[in-house]
Structures are given as C-alpha cells and as structure tokens.
Design a protein around this ligand. Structure first.
Ligand SMILES: C[C@H](O)[C@@H](O)CC(=O)C(=O)O
Ligand code: MG
Length: 440
C-alpha cells in the first residue's frame, strides 16, 4: 500500500493571530497571548498534501519553525510505507537524532517541532486511508495501534503486551460506542467565558450565551488577585447555578503552599478542579496540592505543558493529578499521546484534554473519540475543552451540538487551514501584519 509514495517537500508557516488585542486567551501567566502556530505542510511526489501544527503564543514561533527545519532532512525523501509500517521506530528516529537530541531530549522547542511534524504525518496517513484520524485509530487492531508507540522509559508502568491486553478487553462493545459517538458526540466544557482579561460584564454575558447553547461546565482563569478571583468565582457560580460545573485555572502562577492556601479560599465556590496550580514540572508539588485539596473536593488538573510521557508517567504514579490534560500539539504528537492515554487508563485517571489554542479543539477531539470507543469506553465525568476561537480559519472546523463535539467525517486530522488565512496572518509578511506595520 502507498507504494512509491515519497514525502518530497516540507513547508513551514509562522501564523499569528492578534488575540491579545481583546484579551482572548489571557490568563494570570500569559496576559497578552497572540494565538499562533508553527504550521507544517508536507507534500508527496503524488501531490498529496498534509497539514500539522503546534500551538504557540506569538513571539518564539520563529524558533519552533527553526527547529522544524532542523528535523526536515529526517522527513524529506522518506517512503511513506516505511514510516507507517513501523511508525514507532520512525518516531524514535525522529526524536533520537544523536546530535539534535542534545537540545531536548524530548522536551522544549525540539519536541514542539516534533509534534508539528508528527501531526502532519498522521494527517497524511488518514488522508491516504480516506478516514478521519479518530476512525483510523479506532479501526487499528491492538497490535497495530501499539506498534506506533515507543515504550522506552515507560515499561515500568505499562508494557506493549499489557497495552495490547487492555485494548483487547475493550473490543467487545466498540461498535456500539462508535454508534453512540456518531449520534450523541462527546461532552465539552468551555473556557470562553473566563479569560482573565475579560470584564465582569463580558463574563456574565458569555455565561448566559454558553448556558443557552447547553453548556453545563465552565472554566475561569484565576491567580492574579485573590479578592478579584473571589468576586469572579462568586459571580460565575451565581450565573451558572449550583448544579453546573466550575473549573479554575491558574496557569502555573503559584508556589505549592500558596496554591493550597489560595484554593482553600476559593473552595466555597465548589470548583471541580484547579488546573496548573504550580510549575508544570513539579510532580511532588502537585501531589502535595492534590493531597491537601482532597478534603475540599477539589481535584488537580494538569498536562497542557507537560513535556513528555516520562513526566506524565511520574505525575500518574505519584497521584499528582486527578484530571490528565493531554494536548494534541505537545509531547511528540499522537504516537506519544497514545502512550499517555494507555498509562492513564491503567492507573485509572480521567483524561480531559486541553484545547485552548489554535487548532487544538480540531485535533484533540480525534484522540478523545478514540479513547472513548477503543480504550476507556466511558465518557463519565470527562470533557473535552472548547474555546470558540480561530475555527473560521479551518477547512473542517469542529462541530459542536448541544455542548457536545460531533465526530468529523472528512479524511485527515482536521488540521488544514485556508490559504487565505496564511496570506493574511503569516508573520511578518501576511497582509494583516504588513498593514499593522505600515500604520505604525
Ligand atoms: C494562553 C492560553 O490561552 C492558556 O490560557 C490556555 C489554557 O490554559 C487552557 O485552555 O486551559
Ligand atoms: Mg489551562
């Protein structure tokens, strides 16, 4: 299959959207984010194109582009058959270049670059198979699926054989769950109501807007000022009512003990979780916070900036998170994310993906759909994050009905953006940025 198909070209685009102008996407740590992405287009000798990306916040996207270019020679000239016949081995080659790994390994800018390329490779595979990525994953046998994963460094928690066993145990009702997914979709929560820079009036009216659309779970940003947080949480709680779900997200601003104290003060608003209370690398710190907040019914959520499967492994082993927030544009793309899902399933931790960023909703839905149909087999107590930003730039944007993600049918990873978007928002030569520079 795919005989003679070779990856011939790799293009990159530095795409930036001026979201900081309206505080869209703002939080206590990232007060002025310009939602951006390092975007990759692969082209084969047959003319097939595929699209992938990793999410960035504006400045620094050019550094990720540089790292993607450093990996380019590992991709160009590859026969796609060789990649997909042994994707786990290929993924290891991509992350183990004996010189490049020194500036990682498997973390930081190099791993963001890996994610962008690997996401494009999955888009390509799904297009060649004529399926959306979620269906490509669902249709794989446990043996095929585990063959894409590099189990190095995680066999103390899960081996390939164990993973195959877990997947086999879930095979019986897969068809029924796939029907359910197509009919009812997958529950979403929204963060759109609560970006930190939004005024109280705006938060209030957005609560109403998303309640009217059927949302029952809402996330707000906290962490800059305790009195303001109390007012905001009280107001949101009053607007969404006591039976709906509230989550709060501090985006890493606190020290460990500060996080515990701050959250004790917000406990009366009954948040389901506190997200990223402290440094994303502090596993034992998160464990301490989780332990201290258990009595208040507040769980710890983290993962959107967790750099690789080894860190996730330790978070899971240490009981440092109750909600595991994989991110489709981090770690080394789908191959590595699948290993995190498998560890979370084995250690009975809920996966609630992060999606606050460009294209993250579009991509991550595929993974959570696969998890439901093939792995965890349940949606109970789980949500995919939804933010209502930049969807208009995608050829196949997410479809949300009654606060549920509906599975896409188009082949690929839903990651393709319009050429007109690139003409306008490529930095710095796109028309939007040129006009801005000229008006200055
Ligand atoms: C800077 C991003 O918008 C970040 O605040 C997103 C995030 O933390 C989330 O969606 O969760
Ligand atoms: Mg977050």
């Amino acid at each position: 299959m795919y005989e003679g198909v070779i990856i011939e070209k790799l293009f990159t685009k530095d795409l930036r959207f001026p979201t900081s102008l309206n505080s869209d996407g703002s939080d206590a740590m990232h007060t002025h984010p310009d939602y951006s992405c390092a975007y990759v287009i692969l082209e084969t000798n047959t003319g097939q194109k595929a699209h992938g990306m990793t999410f960035t916040l504006g400045r620094g996207t050019e550094v990720v582009i540089c790292a993607i270019k450093a990996l380019e020679n590992l991709i160009i000239g590859q026969k796609v058959q060789d990649i997909y016949n042994n994707f786990g081995d290929f993924w290891r080659k991509l992350t183990s270049d004996n010189q490049l790994r020194w500036i990682g390994p498997e973390k930081g800018v190099m791993h963001l670059a890996t994610a962008a390329i690997v996401n494009a490779l999955w888009d390509l595979w799904a297009r060649l198979e004529g399926k959306p990525v979620w269906k490509l994953l669902v249709d794989m046998s446990p043996e095929q699926l585990t063959s894409v994963i590099d189990f190095r460094y995680i066999t103390d928690v899960i081996t390939k054989d164990e993973a195959i066993k877990i997947l086999k145990e879930k095979e019986d009702n897969k068809k029924a769950r796939e029907f359910d997914l197509i009919k009812n979709g997958y529950p979403a929560y929204t963060t759109q109501v609560g970006w930190l820079g939004y005024s109280s009036e705006k938060v209030k009216s957005l609560c109403k807007k998303y309640l009217d659309q059927g949302f029952t779970a809402f996330k707000v940003k906290v962490g800059q000022n305790l009195d303001e947080d109390k007012k905001r949480c009280a107001m949101v709680r009053e607007n969404i009512g006591s039976s709906n779900v509230l989550m709060v997200d501090a985006n890493q601003v606190w020290c460990v003990d500060e996080a515990i104290d701050w959250m004790k003060s917000l406990a009366e608003y009954k948040p389901l979780w506190i997200e990223e209370p402290t440094s994303p690398d502090d596993i034992l710190g998160h464990a301490k916070i989780a332990q201290a907040l258990k009595q208040y019914g507040i769980g710890v959520a983290t993962g959107e900036m967790c750099c690789n499967r080894v860190m996730f492994k330790q978070f899971l082993q240490a009981g440092a998170l109750e909600f595991c927030q994989i991110d489709s544009a981090r770690v080394g793309g789908i191959n590595e994310i699948l290993s995190i899902y498998l560890m979370a399933e084995k250690l009975k931790v809920k996966v609630c993906p992060h999606a606050g960023g460009v294209g993250l909703c579009e991509m991550v839905q595929h993974l959570q759909f696969w998890d439901y149909v093939s792995l965890s087999g349940t949606k109970e107590g789980k949500y995919i994050e939804y933010v209502d930003q930049q969807h208009e730039h995608f050829k196949t944007p997410v479809v949300i009905k009654s606060a549920a993600y509906m599975p896409p049918t188009d082949p690929g990873y839903s990651s393709e953006m319009f050429p007109s978007t690139m003409e306008k928002y490529e930095f710095p030569k796109g028309t939007y940025w040129q006009e801005l520079a000229n008006n200055k």
